[in-house]
Ligand binder design. Structure first.
Ligand code: ZN
Length: 133
């Protein structure tokens, strides 16, 4: 059984900040910032790609509510809401989870690095037709 299923079943302890019958949220064990939280469906689903839509919507509702709590109660200056899909994108646990990463102007409270470089010029019309086909 995967580690997030074990947490959802209560077999592995976690610092839980939200729970209902379908969704669980807990602090990341290797936080990249103060308050780094994971929101997961209790039912095993591998990633964002295969989560059933009703459950996905509920996960995102909880993610929004918790993001507002983090903003208001931790006084962070911003928040990154993201999910990694497959190993190439940094997904290390094959159980869908949404990261809530509070961001702070005070760099002592975070160690987050996102880098978005620009790729070489591409054929945009070809790209759009490849995406929407
Ligand atoms: Zn699982």
């Amino acid at each position: 059984m995967c580690i997030f299923c074990e947490i959802a079943n209560g077999n592995i302890p976690a610092n839980i900040v939200y729970e209902d019958d379908q969704v669980l949220a807990f602090l990341d064990v290797a936080p990249t910032s103060y308050g780094h939280t994971l929101v997961v469906p209790k039912q095993h689903t591998e990633s964002f790609l295969d989560c059933n839509p009703a459950l996905l919507h509920h996960v995102m509702d909880v993610a929004q509510q918790l993001s507002n709590k983090l903003m208001n109660n931790l006084n962070c200056d911003g928040i990154n809401v993201l999910t990694n899909v497959k190993e190439a994108a940094g997904q290390t646990i094959p159980h869908f989870h949404v990261h809530l990463i509070p961001r702070y102007e005070d760099s002592a409270k975070e160690n987050v690095k996102f880098q978005f470089g620009e790729i070489d010029k591409i054929d945009v019309e070809q790209l759009v037709s490849n995406i929407i086909r």
